[in-house]
Design a protein around this ligand. Structure first.
Ligand code: ES4
Ligand code: ZN
Length: 332
């Protein structure tokens, strides 16, 4: 079979996708009509043409604006269901989906509205397509530590029924510059104490990137690094990541715009350093609908990955997935 067909059929697990970042232009139009929300653009094409950004803050402005369209439980359901349907067709068997509760609760939408919409979609997609999924609740790093902590408290009723809420871990995303993992040490410690898993975005504070990685791994006990490519610049961080068995969730999408020059040599260097990498989509709705098969294809051509390497990368994701060993055995 050709490489494209190989990648389509390869069983995949996704560990790094922002649900709010899967919002496609078509769904934006549907939500705007349903909720009588004004849109500057009148066609999906025009909306996509407006997706111009040159760094993380300018990307986040677009992303935060899109979030405003999500209002009702039905909206959150549709967002999640559309994503799950799409990747199920790409032979993604399991996915862990980030969401940003603070972007909703700060505009007066109840935590429960968000969770109920997502959970209904997860149950439905599992029934319709067999795809399994969990949620990872992210904190917005430019918001205050108190806000993160209050959000965690709001999530508690939903964590007490793990089978139902499907929140399996906590993460850290949005604007990294000047917002180190240590800022949220208290809340991550609470999460850990309750048995939740931990992961953190680390790569975009040009000045403090290495210190952020060190904090995430050593001080906060992050099990994974989202992106995390800058470990390559420090042998002691490579050694630390290897010793701790850290898994890296790389996203080779047009993320290139936000993270210039990345994803080509880095994938090769990380493999050569013996690090566990996975390939993921990040924000496909805003990045030319690059979902999982497309992300694998980008990584494959960028780094000339062999079929053996691609299978190993896919196995890495199932190995690092926050699922029971019984479920893992079904995939590996
Ligand atoms: C994100 Cl590309 C990226 N980086 C950091 N935080 C994010 N949240 C959504 N997309
Ligand atoms: Zn991300």
């Amino acid at each position: 079979v050709c490489m494209q067909e190989f990648l389509e059929k390869l069983p995949k697990a996704e560990l790094h996708v922002h649900l709010e970042g899967t919002l496609e232009a078509d769904l934006k139009i549907k939500l705007a009509e349903r909720n009588n929300h004004p849109l500057r653009s009148s066609s999906a094409e025009e909306i996509r043409q407006g997706y111009i950004y040159h760094d993380l803050p300018s990307f986040l402005t677009l992303y935060y604006e899109g979030v405003e369209l999500l209002q009702t439980e039905q909206d959150f359901h549709d967002l999640c269901y559309d994503y799950l349907k799409k990747v199920a067709q790409q032979n993604v068997l399991y996915t862990e989906m980030f969401f940003d509760p603070q972007l909703h609760t700060r505009r007066g939408i109840a935590f429960g509205t968000v969770i109920r919409g997502f959970n209904a979609a997860q149950e439905e997609a599992e029934k319709d397509f067999g795809i399994r999924s969990h949620l990872i609740m992210c904190f917005i790093r430019e918001m205050s530590a108190d806000s993160a902590d209050e959000t965690f408290t709001q999530a508690l009723p939903y964590l007490e029924r793990p089978g139902r809420s499907r929140i399996i871990g906590v993460g850290l995303d949005s604007d990294e510059k000047g917002n180190p993992p240590a800022k949220f040490a208290k809340t991550f410690a609470r999460a850990r104490a309750l048995g939740l898993h931990l992961t953190m975005h680390c790569d975009l504070d040009q000045q403090n990137t290495h210190e952020h990685i060190r904090q995430a791994l050593q001080d906060l006990g992050s099990e994974r690094l989202d992106h995390g490519l800058n470990v390559l610049e420090k042998p002691e961080l490579i050694a630390m990541a290897r010793d701790k068995g850290v898994t890296f969730t790389l996203c080779p999408s047009p993320n290139d715009v936000i993270r210039p020059g990345r994803s080509r040599q880095d994938i090769r260097d990380m493999l050569a350093a013996g690090l566990k990498i996975t390939i993921n989509s990040d924000d496909p709705g805003y990045m030319q609908s690059v979902y999982m098969t497309e992300s694998f294809a980008k990584a494959q051509s960028a780094a000339d990955l062999t079929r053996d390497e691609l299978m190993q990368i896919s196995r890495n994701a199932f190995q690092a997935a926050w699922i029971s060993d019984d479920e893992r055995a079904l995939y590996l």
